[in-house]
Design a protein around this ligand. Structure first.
Ligand SMILES: Nc1ncnc2c1ncn2[C@@H]1O[C@H](COP(=O)(O)OP(=O)(O)OP(=O)(O)O)[C@@H](O)[C@H]1O
Ligand SMILES: [Mg+2]
Length: 255
């Protein structure tokens, strides 16, 4: 079955869940436009509609990431009116994208990126056996740009299961501007880690920080080193694509 339209999603949630007091869309929308925040008297939940292959991949990756201590919400799969959606507790906090619009300190940004590096290193720790298993069961995890499109050809020296969208819209911070969790499983892929790292570094670079700090922080803490020249080349290409990863106006407090 295909993904329902925006209005179908709304009606499905309204009719299928017990004690719904309100259904909202996030203040800052992502790409899918199929994410809803369902409010109930006890808790608020995020419901994200998607195609079955993507949902199955997201569930598998969610379990794997939790096993390695990576901060992501606990996903469940729910069905209603013949449609499936991801379901998890809403984290009562804002995204880094929203914090950047209203004001955040340099010190906080640096701490957030130290946390992201720690998450990234945990992704690098996923075993070769588990990578092969998840790729065999969920072919759609293999990044479309992967050079071989065939996991058996990988030497696994730099390929792994990485979150390729560690950008401000997918980073949840508490009121003090501290890292709480990553969200959004859509772009978690079997991919070269230099690509995933560059995606993470792009907003940091666009905010005017030196990505050499990020590369050093990674290489001082990880078993396997990143090649700085490969990061710079990939990042340069990404800069030319002019992707929208930051709010139009950002407020960074340098004191
Ligand atoms: N647990 C949460 N707490 C706070 N806000 C959330 C939470 N989950 C989602 N959101 C909000 O919903 C937005 C969209 O969610 P998400 O990133 O999962 O989907 P998306 O970017 O639309 O999807 P895709 O990348 O698959 O196209 C987020 O950018 C964020 O603003
Ligand atoms: Mg998103």
């Amino acid at each position: 079955m295909n993904t329902p339209t925006f209005h179908e999603c709304y009606n499905i949630l309204r009719n299928s869940m017990y004690c719904v007091s309100d259904i909202q869309v996030p203040h800052i929308q992502g790409n899918s436009n199929r994410v809803f925040i369902v409010k109930t008297p006890n808790d608020d939940y995020v419901c994200k509609f998607n195609e079955i292959q993507n949902l199955n991949k997201d569930m598998a990756v969610n379990q794997l990431y939790h096993k390695y201590g990576i901060n992501m919400p606990n996903l469940q799969l729910k069905s209603a009116a013949g449609y499936l959606f991801e379901f998890y507790k809403f984290i009562p906090a804002r995204t880094m994208f929203e914090h950047l619009s209203t004001g955040i300190s340099t010190q906080n940004i640096q701490k957030i990126y130290a946390n992201l590096i720690a998450q990234f290193i945990k992704m690098s720790n996923i075993s070769k056996k588990e990578i092969i298993q998840i790729c065999a069961s969920h072919k759609n995890i293999i990044h479309i740009g992967h050079k071989d499109n065939d996991v058996s050809l990988s030497d696994f020296l730099t390929d792994g299961i990485y979150h390729c969208d560690m950008t401000p819209k997918n980073i949840i911070l508490n009121d003090a501007g501290e890292f709480v969790s990553l969200i959004d499983h859509a772009k978690i892929s079997f991919v070269d880690k230099h690509y995933a790292f560059s995606r993470m570094a792009l907003p940091y670079h666009k905010m005017g920080f030196d990505i050499e700090d990020l590369i050093n922080a990674h290489n001082n803490n990880a078993d396997k080193q990143l090649k700085a020249d490969k990061i710079y080349t990939t990042l340069n290409k990404m800069c030319q694509q002019d992707e929208f990863v930051l709010p139009k106006f950002i407020h960074i407090n340098t004191r």
